[in-house]
Design a protein around this ligand. Sequence first.
Ligand SMILES: Nc1ncnc2c1ncn2[C@@H]1O[C@H](COP(=O)(O)OP(=O)(O)OP(=O)(O)O)[C@@H](O)[C@H]1O
Length: 234
Amino acid sequence: MFPIHARAITVRRRGRDLIGPLDLSLEGQGVTIVIGPNGAGKTTLLRALHGIERLSKGEITYASPRPEALAAQAFVFQSPVIMRRTVRENMAYPLSLRNMSKSEISSRVDEVAERVGLTFALNRPARVLSGGERQKLALGRALTLRPELLFLDEPCASLDGRATREIEDVLNHEISRGRRIIMSTHNMGQARRLAQDVLFIHKGQIHEAAPADQFFTAASTDAARAFLNGDIVE
Ligand SMILES: Nc1ncnc2c1ncn2[C@@H]1O[C@H](COP(=O)(O)OP(=O)(O)OP(=O)(O)O)[C@@H](O)[C@H]1O
């Protein structure tokens, strides 16, 4: 599906441009971390790139046909929807929509549960999971699809250090296998640990797009420098 091109995209709601107009091109390798103040438009941008946010203007094109490109992506939401069923059933759900045999679904779920550290919980009701375990479930559910491109919107918000590290371990494993990741975070430590490229979003615009080393050592805009300093950026 790469390169992905967003051309002059705008998402406008209730008379206000939430993002854009903006242009962006994404190649098929690496980890892009999306940062910026609250309300800057990070979630809206991720949703637009994933094709689930209606564009008011502009277009997003994928190198492969759109239905194929969208089918090869998965999205981990900040507050994932967890069904009142077992962890196994939750993880199997996206696969069950894809016409896959029960034995194949079961072996994929087993394999992914192992990777995200939830084997012990597979037969438990998902509602008893802790916050960190719920995020692992959401991540695992996305990974069962073996997506070429994985979006994550603040997957570690409100998790403690240990749960955050465990999620990052899973992500690092995925990154080492070449999975393309685009992720938003408020945690600057996490951004520094994971990013290969950074998109700094401010007031619905991409203020800066740079390799991580360059961004963190010499951000070129005042707003990005202030944000990295922990100043209030409005
Ligand atoms: N459907 C909608 N209708 C109207 N306004 C919306 C809608 N969705 C989002 N917004 C507003 O658009 C702006 C951008 O929201 P978005 O969630 O993309 O920002 P964000 O950078 O992800 O913020 P945060 O860091 O707080 O999660 C916010 O001011 C939000 O209130």
